[in-house]
Each structure stands twice: as structure tokens, then as C-alpha cells.
Write a protein that binds this ligand. Structure first.
Ligand SMILES: Nc1nc2c(ncn2[C@@H]2O[C@H](COP(=O)(O)O)[C@@H](O)[C@H]2O)c(=O)[nH]1
Ligand SMILES: [Mn+2]
Length: 370
């Protein structure tokens, strides 16, 4: 018997009909008790991005997204000075240190758990070992930013690459279909559910190791050559696509986050706007109505296809004024233009009861690979 889950929403705008329809469908899914909609919500397949879903015992892989463990790593740098020549050297160095797809050396990380199935281990050997330390495409990025005191920060955004997607697809094949919502689920207390949870945890570890491997390579091959120091004690490292068991008073839920961050009171993280707008350093307010969550960005205001069609290159260039990036990629980056995202100031205003703003950072140099 399914019942209707409660939906709480944070956001500046009236949501469009397609988003509302997906939220209503999700609210009917068996075992889903509560839904919190973040102000960066936008369409992304069967379940929107920017949504937090609490269930009693069923795990819904589509409520996590395919890029399991995708997240942010930010760390403060001490630098000499960035002028045009240094910026060009930084970009050229990033191309060498951070491949998009595969590295020329394979790495086998040591995790405390193993993948549950031979086909996944095969994907790991074939791709995962070669992709550790790679950025991926789309809106994965490496960025240098300046805070309000002109201190420089590095921000890395990436996830679990091909192996994360393989894990998601593999377990969706075994999942049951919920008749009310059409979404796929596995019971956390079944053997298949245990395997899913194991592999999701593995993918989060892989994604975190991936970001750290990029940081190591950037420090070794790019920053140290330019006399930039990395202050590792300032590191904030948090993911936004996951499921985990969390307590709310007497109750315990499986909390799925697809593009949302869990922030407890005063816990720090960041909320980036886009490659041309402000990133906010924030501290959590542990708002239980929002399942202790906040947005993970501004969220798209238009699809990639729409953005590529509607945003003139002149607009993109104007929006990127003052930010170094590889201009040879301009045409390809139109779908990542700042105006393809919601207004981050409005998004921040509408989540004042979820996070406190600590400081603002502006983009200085953006790297989105080729
Ligand atoms: N500072 C930057 N922020 C960016 C960039 N590209 C996207 N974004 C923001 O980050 C989130 C990431 O969303 P996800 O669903 O892919 O995890 C997105 O909503 C934007 O607000 C960038 O190049 N620099
Ligand atoms: Mn992400």
C-alpha cells in the first residue's frame, strides 16, 4: 500500500509543470516518507536534480543519480601573482595534470570494501583504474577563485566517472519497479540491497579518491612549479549524490541526495553558482524540515540543448569577462554559460534557513577540459 510523502520546497520560482509532475510521482513511491526540494532543483531524468528523499527501507538508485559520490573539494592556496602569462601556464598545466577521460597510468586504490560483483570488478580493471584522477566532461571543473580578502582558492568538482555509472546501471537491472511511481527500488534488507549499498559506498570512496588524486597532480605538476602553496588544513571535501542512514529524533531514514548537500550545524561547504558567477562559502543550519540539507549549486535554468540554441556567443563572452579560460572551447562551453543557470543570489536568498553565508568567492580561472 503506498501513501503520499510530504514535500517541502525551498526556491525562488514557481516550479515548472514537468518538475511538479516528477515530484508528485516521487511522493507516491512506496516507502518514501519525506521529500525536500532544494532551490536549485531542475529536470534530470526520472528524478530531478536538487532533491532529497527519505525512505523507510527501500533504496531508490534514481534518487542518487548516476554520478554517485559527485562532490566538491576546495582548498586555499598561497600564490605569487596571476597575470596573463601565469594564467596561460596554469591552463596548460591543467591540461597535462588533469585528463578528461583516462590517464596513462593505472592506479589501484585501497578501499576497506570491495565491489560486490565480477562484472563491476571488470569495469573497474578496464576503466576505473585508468580514470582515477580524471575530471570528466559536462559541468565538472577545476576553478581558481578569490575570496573577499583576495585569498586564492582551488575548487575541484567531479565524481565517480564510468565505474559510478556502471554501478548504477548494474543494480537498476536487478531492481523492482514500484507500481505507483514507476521508479526502481531495492530493499535495503535484502541481499541485493546490501550489495547495492556496498557498491554505492565504494563509489563514494572512489569519487573522493578521484578528487584527491586530481589535487595531488595539480599540486605536483602545476602549482608547485609556479610557487603556489596548497594549505591542506583548509580543505573542505563533501559529496552531493549519495544515500546514507540518518536519524531524525526517534526516526531513522535512508536519505537519498541527488544534487544536495548534507550540512549539520556550522559544518562548512560551498555552493557554486556557475563558471562566471559567485561561489558562496556556507555553514549549515541543520534544518530538519529540509532533511539537514541545502542546495549544491544554482541549478540549470535551461537544458543544455536550449542553452546552446538560445545563448549568443557574445553573451557568453560578456558573462565570462574577467575569468581566464581556454577561449578555443568557447563554442562548446555555451551550454555551460552563466545564463544557463539560475540566479545564484536568489537561490541563496531562498535558503537562508538552511545555510548561513560565510563569504563569497569570485571565479578567476576556469578549466573544463576538452
Ligand atoms: N563555480 C562554478 N560553478 C559551476 C560551474 N559549472 C556548474 N557550476 C555550478 O555547480 C553546480 C554543479 O551541479 P551538478 O549537478 O553537476 O553537480 C551547478 O548547479 C552550478 O550551479 C563552473 O564551471 N564553476
Ligand atoms: Mn556534481
Amino acid at each position: 500500500m503506498s501513501s503520499q510523502a510530504s514535500i517541502r520546497k525551498w526556491g525562488p520560482h514557481k516550479l515548472d509543470a514537468a518538475i511538479e509532475q516528477r515530484l508528485q510521482r516521487l511522493a507516491k513511491a512506496e516507502g518514501v516518507a519525506r521529500i525536500a526540494v532544494m532551490p536549485d532543483v531542475h529536470l534530470a531524468g526520472d528524478v530531478c536534480n536538487g532533491v532529497v528523499v527519505a525512505s523507510e527501507r527501500l533504496i531508490y538508485p534514481q534518487c542518487i543519480g548516476r554520478d554517485i559520490g559527485c562532490g566538491y573539494l576546495t582548498v586555499r592556496l598561497r600564490e605569487q601573482h596571476i597575470d596573463e602569462t601565469i594564467a596561460a601556464r596554469l591552463l596548460a598545466g591543467l591540461y597535462r595534470a588533469v585528463p578528461n577521460c583516462k590517464r596513462s597510468v593505472a592506479v589501484t586504490p585501497e578501499f576497506d570494501i570491495e565491489l560486490s560483483a565480477a562484472p563491476l570488478q571488470k569495469v573497474f580493471s578496464r576503466e576505473g583504474r585508468w580514470q582515477l584522477g580524471t575530471l570528466g566532461r559536462g559541468n565538472h571543473f577545476v576553478e581558481l577563485q578569490r575570496d573577499q580578502e583576495e585569498q586564492l582558492w582551488l575548487l575541484i568538482h567531479s565524481g565517480s566517472r564510468a565505474i559510478g555509472q556502471a554501478i548504477s546501471a548494474f543494480h537498476l537491472r536487478d531492481a523492482e519497479t514500484d507500481s505507483a511511481s514507476g521508479l526502481k527500488f531495492l530493499d535495503a534488507d535484502s541481499i541485493a540491497g546490501e550489495h547495492l549499498l556496498n557498491d554505492l559506498q565504494w563509489a563514494r570512496q572512489y569519487a573522493a579518491a578521484n578528487r584527491l588524486a586530481m589535487l595531488d597532480a595539480i599540486e605536483r605538476d602545476v602549482l608547485s612549479k609556479l610557487d603556489f602553496d596548497v594549505h591542506r588544513n583548509t580543505m573542505i571535501h563533501l559529496d552531493h549524490n549519495h544515500v546514507q542512514r540518518e536519524s531524525f529524533g526517534e526516526r531513522q531514514f535512508w536519505v537519498h541526495r541527488k544534487g544536495a548537500q548534507r550540512l549539520l550545524t556550522d559544518q562548512q561547504s560551498i555552493i557554486p553558482g556557475s563558471m562566471g558567477t559567485t561561489t558562496y562559502a556556507v555553514a549549515g543550519r541543520e534544518n530538519e524540515d529540509a532533511l539537514n540539507s541545502c542546495s549544491h549549486g544554482a541549478g540549470r535554468s535551461m537544458s543544455r540543448k536550449e542553452a546552446a540554441k538560445r545563448i549568443p556567443s557574445k553573451t557568453f563572452r560578456r558573462e565570462m569577462n574577467g575569468v581566464w579560460f581556454d577561449k578555443r572551447n568557447s563554442a562548446r562551453l555555451i551550454d555551460e554559460a552563466p545564463s544557463a543557470y539560475k540566479n545564484i543570489r536568489e537561490v541563496m536568498k531562498s535558503q537562508r534557513d538552511l545555510v548561513r553565508i560565510v563569504e563569497k568567492r569570485r571565479p578567476v580561472l576556469n578549466f573544463k577540459g576538452r
